[in-house]
Design a protein around this ligand. Structure first.
Ligand code: ADP
Length: 261
């Protein structure tokens, strides 16, 4: 036996509100699900290429490895290179997942910009075997960000400047009307202007074939975008085809050492 519960006008309005927010929630969950599914599909696709190479070389070595020394060398080199690639890709996937679920366990810190940029540049110069000049005014600015975020951002842009150009790289740090900017400039292939928004989309690449050769994952800039959002940083990009690209990090407000506590 059920009792009929009379629904008066205000109950009906409340019921409608509840139904609406339930529907909104379901839509959000679905979008989240679709998003996650797309990520898994893209990630699996990226892993498939190195896996295919590894498995075909493994099969070849199984059959001819004992008798053909030339194939042995080729096979081992290929397997080792593709394993490195898979390691890089899985690290990028993890990094992307980590930054999109921002870590609130850490506190932001005051970071001396020039000092950090110089130390990252010095380390990468050795890896890239190219000059990275760091130019700054003498204001010695500090920014207030999550530890490691700035270093991770610099690495992403410097890594791209290295991959997509063959020349030295310039980093310019400035403090101007309360804003601190770090510009990473390369003199490389450039990015078509109508693709400047797309490059921040995960797995987007301007030229798939060329990027695969340069060893990218298509995730670097989407990680950078998320890191920038988590840390209140704006990113600006300017590019001229065959002349080069400049990515500028803009820190909205300057917080001097010891001020924000
Ligand atoms: P990837 O790992 O492929 O480099 P990113 O997300 O870092 O992925 O960059 C996305 C795409 O943007 C790259 O594939 C490349 O086509 C383009 N791109 C990024 N940085 C530069 C740059 N400094 N010069 C030219 N093209 C760039």
């Amino acid at each position: 036996r059920y009792k009929t519960i009379p629904v008066n006008k205000s109950d009906a309005a409340e019921l409608k509100m509840l139904t609406d927010s339930y529907n909104d929630m379901m839509l959000m969950l679905k979008a989240h699900d679709d998003n996650q599914q797309a990520f898994i599909m893209n990630a699996s696709h990226e892993l498939k290429t190195p896996l295919t190479v590894i498995s075909s070389y493994a099969k070849m070595l199984e059959r001819f490895g004992k008798t053909r020394e030339d194939l042995l060398d080729e096979g081992i080199t290929a397997i080792s290179e593709e394993t490195t690639r898979m390691k890089y890709l899985t690290e990028q996937f993890l990094s992307f997942t980590k930054v999109t679920h921002s870590d609130t366990s850490a506190d932001k810190e005051h970071i001396p910009v020039v000092q950090l940029v110089k130390s990252v540049a010095a380390r990468l110069e050795k890896v890239f075997k190219r000059n990275i000049s760091v130019i700054s005014d003498d204001t010695n600015p500090h920014v207030y960000v999550y530890p490691d975020a700035l270093e991770q951002l610099l690495r992403i842009f410097l890594d791209n400047a290295y991959k997509y150009s063959e020349k030295d790289i310039d980093v310019t740090i400035k403090k101007d009307t309360g804003k601190i900017t770090i510009a990473i400039q390369d003199y490389g292939i450039g990015i078509p202007n109508d693709e400047l928004d797309d490059i921040f989309t995960r797995f987007y690449r301007v030229d798939k074939a060329r990027t695969r050769k340069s060893g990218g994952s298509g995730l670097g800039l989407s990680i950078a975008k998320q890191l920038a959002e988590n840390n209140d940083i704006d990113i600006e990009v300017k590019s001229v085809i065959k002349e080069g690209t400049t990515f500028t990090l803009i820190f909205k407000e300057e917080v001097r050492d010891g001020e924000a506590e």
